[in-house]
Design a protein around this ligand. Structure first.
Ligand code: ARG
Length: 489
């Protein structure tokens, strides 16, 4: 037998299976463009490891690695037909190398291969979203720092509740986005584990070095159990949950700013607004409406993913081909929405005067007056009753000091001035002084906000480093892999 014959045709046989009318239905080749670069990296790391383990000769490894460079240069669109990118790249390698190209797929399966590719690509995508969350936090912190004294109405049930400041409001979202960052970084650490070498699900008799391929690909660790490694997709669920949570945070921020723009509290920059094709005067907050709407896509993706994964038996099932698309869609939607939210916040103008004028509307200082009476020794419930009575008397207006005093006489049978001074009541009715008085930890008083601003800046610096560490590790691994590949070519 000649070498050629013993090696076979090297062509992936499709004559028996999946060449029929369902071929297009089975194929993920178009969608797999997203993992084209990942698959090339995974192929390279695998081939280097096969050579190091003497499973494949160095010269064959060199030919395969050279062919992979050529396949990369030609691009995804130049790939031959295939059931997926893994099969198509293998065919393209065999076209260039001949039957020995088929040695690339020794000691692995498309099942561990695709799981590795998804993780390889998704981790980079997640780091981009993390970066976007940091930019949003920076915009929130910087704008907050300019507005620690900018008093504004605060709401519950969308009704005026208590005066607060723009800084306190913005930092409330900064805190939520910081937790979103943390959830994404947590998810990243579980994405970044290597399934490669698990083969179909049941391991391989070849003496593979799974730690080595993990290292060459920049994974932090190996997923040991081969059945788990090739079939687990909980990392997608975790990532999508973190993305959906963040998208939900963004939708709340967007909704608030849309409402604030409606009330004239904030002006969006023209770059983040749209006009109407018919109503020339319109300036609409379309970008933020799309941010708000993005949450729908992401929640839909999470639901789609979990529904696909629910009840799947071990080990690999082809349903899984439909799982990761949800994560890639969500990560793109969230990256864009976060980026736009950051830009909108950074360029918006807060209208200090309008905000100050309306800060006390709806008797929003009522709680402060009740607190004042309670601090003077009245039970808070009694103080609440006095102020509630005064609010009722004032019929939608803010009660005067005289009204408060008259109500106190009625309810307490004593003058208000037996408890508090007139100056203190006037201060409590003033929104800026009301805010300044609430200096408990995390409160809106400028002094309390200053402490929270410092902490937010420090957390931002810590997370920026955490991101850089992960990015640097990936760059270093890519360089190591390229160096190793070059020794065979
Ligand atoms: N394209 C498939 C996926 O995305 C991987 C191929 C595994 N196919 C198989 N028949 N075992 O999940």
């Amino acid at each position: 037998m000649s070498d050629e014959e013993s090696a076979g045709s090297g062509v992936i046989r499709r004559d028996r299976f999946s060449g029929g009318p369902a071929r297009g239905f089975l194929s993920s080749l178009a969608a797999d463009e997203r993992i084209f670069a990942a698959d090339l990296a995974v192929d390279r790391a695998h081939v280097v490891m096969l050579a190091e383990q003497d499973i494949v000769d160095d010269d064959v490894a060199g030919e395969i690695l050279t062919a992979l460079d050529d396949v990369e240069d030609a691009g995804h669109e130049a790939l031959p037909d295939g059931e997926d990118v893994h099969e198509a790249i293998e065919s393209a390698v065999i076209e260039r190398v001949g039957p020995d190209g088929g040695k690339m797929h020794t000691a692995r399966s498309r099942n561990d291969e695709v799981a590795t590719c998804i993780r390889y690509q998704l981790r980079a995508d997640v780091l981009e979203v993390v970066e976007d969350t940091l930019a949003l936090r920076e915009a929130l912190v910087e704008t907050a720092a300019e507005h620690t004294e900018t008093v504004m109405p605060g709401y519950t049930h969308l009704q005026p509740a208590q005066p607060t400041t723009v800084a306190h409001y913005l930092l409330s979202y900064e805190a939520a986005v910081a937790r979103d960052t943390a959830r994404l970084l947590d998810a990243y650490d579980r994405i970044n584990q290597s399934p490669l070498g698990a083969a179909a699900f049941a391991g391989t008799p070849f003496d593979v070095d799974r730690e080595r391929t993990a290292e060459l690909l920049g994974f932090d660790s190996v997923l040991s159990n081969s059945m788990d490694a090739s079939s687990a997709r909980d990392f997608l669920a975790e990532t999508l949950s973190a993305l959906a949570t963040h998208a939900t945070t963004l939708s709340g921020l967007a909704e608030d700013v849309i409402i604030f723009a409606n009330k004239g509290y904030v002006d969006l920059s023209d770059d983040y607004s749209s006009t109407s094709s018919i109503m020339p005067q319109k300036k609409n907050p379309d970008t933020l409406e799309l941010v708000r709407g993005s949450a729908g896509d992401v929640v839909g993706d999470l639901t789609g993913l979990l529904t696909t994964l629910k009840g799947l038996p071990r080990a690999y099932n082809r349903d899984l081909q439909r799982a990761h698309g949800h994560a890639f869609d969500a990560v793109d939607v969230v990256a864009n929405a976060t980026d736009v939210a950051a830009g909108a916040v950074a360029t918006a103008t807060w209208n200090d005067e309008t905000l100050a004028d309306e800060a006390a509307d709806g008797f929003s200082t009522a709680t402060g007056v009740a607190d004042l009476l309670a601090m003077a020794g009245l039970p808070f419930r009694t103080a609440h009753e006095v102020v509630a009575e005064a609010a009722a008397e004032a019929e939608g207006e803010n009660p005067s000091v005289a009204t408060l005093d008259a109500v106190a006489e009625e309810v307490l049978g004593a003058s208000l001035w037996e408890y508090v001074t007139r100056d203190a009541v006037e201060a409590a009715l003033d929104p800026a002084q009301s805010v300044a008085s609430r200096d408990s930890q995390g409160g809106p008083a400028p002094s309390a906000v200053a402490t929270d601003l410092d902490a937010a800046e420090q957390d931002l610096a810590t997370d920026t480093e955490a991101l850089a560490d992960r990015q640097d590790a990936l760059v270093a691994a890519a360089e190591t892999l390229a160096d190793e590949v070059s020794t065979y070519e």
